[in-house]
Design a protein around this ligand. Structure first.
Ligand SMILES: Nc1nc2c(ncn2[C@@H]2O[C@H](COP(=O)(O)OP(=O)(O)OP(=O)(O)O)[C@@H](O)[C@H]2O)c(=O)[nH]1
Ligand SMILES: [Mg+2]
Length: 236
């Protein structure tokens, strides 16, 4: 497979990204003017892009990934974190329309470019984003673990995805944000993390019950993070 370059300016298959907010501090309005155009491809699923050479980073193959989910669940922040390694703190400025950013990853020795589309979660932009589903190779559906309404919306998002995306689109559900508590997903059916949850609690309680513990202090957060499958924890 030949090496390609990531076009940084407008092009047929990978147009310029519109301005995204600075990594920190205030966030400018995002008019979504530089949105990538949906490509008419009436037959079959979207193919990976192999655009012609342009200025920018080399890559071997490119895919389109789309972030969807209710407004405020953290789609833009997740993308900025992934792209720039920074958290967009401060005033929440809702995305208008659609933006995208590119990132080239090294996957088993191959340069894989992800063109990541950041959609507006607000209802009034739904018709805009529908047009982009068809060309997406992967969809990341986000909800906010601190917001029940965003979780309740998942079914509606899945219905929308079923209607507008390719049937074989790669789909992943992401629970974003945190309560500052140790967190694990459990399954009574498969046994996932069940022993671990109770063992962790027992360890913490035992530690607390001892007036002058001889052992090193047990840290519940660290334990869960280290031992859990799909577990996490973080400072609030
Ligand atoms: N604590 C915490 N706050 C977050 C996290 N992700 C996003 N936020 C905050 O949540 C708010 C919304 O984040 P955005 O990324 O702009 O939300 P969005 O999903 O892009 O929203 P729309 O553009 O309206 O669809 C902002 O105030 C962020 O700072 C997270 O992981 N943890
Ligand atoms: Mg946004």
């Amino acid at each position: 497979m030949s090496r390609k370059k990531t076009p940084k300016s407008k092009g047929a298959s990978a147009p310029a990204a519109s301005a995204l907010p600075a990594a920190n501090g205030s966030r400018p309005a995002r008019p979504g003017t530089g949105r990538p155009g949906p490509q008419a491809r009436p037959n079959g699923p979207p193919q990976p892009d192999r655009p012609s050479l342009g200025g920018g980073d080399f890559y071997d193959v490119a895919f389109k990934v789309m972030l969807v989910g209710d407004s405020g669940v953290g789609k833009t922040c997740l993308l900025v974190r992934f792209k720039d390694g920074a958290f967009l703190a401060g005033t929440f400025i809702s995305t208008v329309g659609i933006d995208f950013r590119n990132k080239v990853l090294d996957v088993d020795g191959m340069k894989v470019k992800l063109q990541i589309w950041d959609t507006a979660g607000q209802e009034r932009f739904r018709s805009v984003t529908h047009a982009y589903y068809r060309d997406a190779h992967a969809l990341l559906l986000l909800y906010d673990v601190t917001n029940k309404a965003s979780f309740d919306s998942i079914q509606a998002w899945l219905t929308e995805i079923q209607e507008y995306a390719q049937h074989n689109v790669v789909l992943m559900l992401l629970g974003n944000k945190e309560y500052g508590l140790p967190f694990m997903e459990t399954s009574a059916k498969t046994g996932l993390n069940v022993d671990l949850a109770f063992t962790a609690i027992a360890k913490e309680l035992k530690q607390r019950s001892m007036k002058a513990p001889s052992e090193p202090r047990f840290r519940l957060h660290d334990y869960v993070k280290r031992e859990g499958r799909g577990a996490s924890c973080c400072t609030p």
